[in-house]
Design a protein around this ligand. Structure first.
Ligand code: SAH
Ligand code: SF4
Length: 392
């Protein structure tokens, strides 16, 4: 196994996958090979701007170096098992991540904007009570190549990766499967690639990391990125949040909000706001007193609030908030002076709601068997991969 710049080669292919390497890691790799550092810029542009995965097509690199690269490295995106297109333009990819597992990536168009919802882990260990991913338990972290690979795959599917290609993926949200802060290094590397001018060049205001509140990692985030931050709050007090988001028992609301505030206030451009995500569940956290308590709680925090109607799924007894309760909740927040938007459900016909992504995972903790998750439908694939129907 080759190990250059702290990146192991793939145990199966014996090759280093360049897809997930940041500019500085690629520069270190070229230096280690006795080559000039600017080769990194050339390779980044070939891969992330022009969608090239074959070294032979990299015509501004000498033949000798192309051959050397082909001997030790590869550019390999994860495999797409299925691409589903919704009537409303939403596109969902089911991505193979080995071991019979799959994660999902969803593209949601909205006028000039195209938002890609990206997964960061195979499953999730945090077990929030209303989350389909959490019910599957945790299997493993995605590599940086598998995370940025989701952007590469989506952009390529829209013919974006060529000279003058249409810019369809304009925003990225790390709101797919998994808790991004529990896969810190790989997520940060992938975010660098999303935002880098030699790659996708997505502005820091258009890349958002969503977390349920892993405070120690949130405290480190500002040293590594200046992207936008979303906090999955879902409750206005610790008693209720402890039930919905178990990590709250470790890092309660006050601690979390302080950490989020430090992050946002540490960014060089002021006036940025934290997005507060609040999934509204019928009769659980949707009452007027909850809205009033939330308004009070966030009084000194620079926020905008995104209300997400709970998306029911087979293994959950929770119900979707009623339209009346949703509007009542929103109105209370708006009257208290907040920007409070409601996330509309998109891609209903292909089960593509963000936060409802459910490529089934073989849970290492065996939790999914406990929940009887293994009875899902099977899609045609080299390895059998189970997907769970996430009926909305
Ligand atoms: N782990 C991170 C990011 C992934 S979850 C986090 O929790 O923030 C992305 C968002 O989808 C979160 O706000 C989450 O609470 C929400 N979500 C999860 N399951 C949902 C469901 N069944 N209905 C509506 N929103 C859900
Ligand atoms: Fe994990 Fe986020 Fe789902 Fe909670 S809501 S279980 S943190 S993916």
């Amino acid at each position: 196994m080759i190990n250059v710049v702290g990146v192991d080669s793939d145990p199966e292919t014996g090759l280093i996958n360049l897809l997930g390497l940041t500019q500085s890691k690629l520069e270190a790799l070229f230096e280690a090979l006795g080559e000039k550092r600017f080769r990194a810029t050339q390779v980044l542009k070939w891969v992330h701007q022009l969608g090239v995965s074959d070294f032979q097509q990299m015509t501004n690199i000498s033949k000798a170096l192309r051959e050397k690269l082909a001997d030790i490295a590869e550019i390999r995106a994860p495999k797409v098992l299925q691409q589903l297109d919704s009537n409303d333009g939403t596109r969902k990819f089911l991505i193979q991540v080995g071991g019979g597992n799959a994660v999902e990536t969803v593209f949601i168009p909205d006028g000039d904007r195209g938002t890609l919802c990206v997964s960061s882990q195979v499953g999730c260990s945090l077990d929030c009570s209303f989350c389909a991913t959490g019910k599957q338990g945790f299997n493993r972290d995605l590599s940086a190549a598998e995370i940025i690979g989701q952007v590469w795959i989506a952009a390529k599917s829209f013919d974006q990766l060529r000279e003058g290609g249409p810019r369809r993926v304009t925003n990225v949200v790390l709101m797919g499967m998994g808790e991004p802060l529990l896969n810190f290094d790989n997520v940060v590397d992938a975010m660098h690639l999303m935002m880098h001018d030699n790659c996708y060049g997505i502005s820091k205001r258009r890349v958002t990391l969503s977390t349920s509140g892993v405070v120690p990692q949130l405290d480190r985030l500002g040293e590594h990125t200046d992207a936008c931050l979303a906090i999955s709050l879902h409750a206005p007090n610790d008693e209720l949040r402890d039930q919905l988001v178990p990590i709250n028992k470790k890092y309660p609301i006050a601690t979390l909000l302080k950490s989020a505030k430090r992050y946002i206030e540490g960014l060089p451009d002021s006036h940025r706001k934290i997005t507060i995500e609040y999934t509204l569940i019928d009769q659980v956290n949707d009452r007027p007193e909850h809205a009033h308590e939330l308004a009070e709680l966030l009084r000194d925090v620079p926020v905008k609030i995104n209300l997400i109607p709970f998306n029911p799924f087979a293994l959950s007894d929770y119900k979707r908030v009623t339209e009346r309760a949703l509007r009542r909740f929103q109105t209370i927040l708006i009257q208290a002076g907040y920007t409070a938007t409601v996330r509309t459900t998109r891609g209903d016909d292909i089960d593509a709601a963000c936060g409802q992504l459910a490529g089934v995972v073989n849970d290492r903790t065996r939790r999914s068997q406990r929940y009887g998750l293994n009875a899902g439908a099977t899609v045609a694939a080299e390895e059998p991969v189970r997907i769970m129907s996430s009926a909305t």
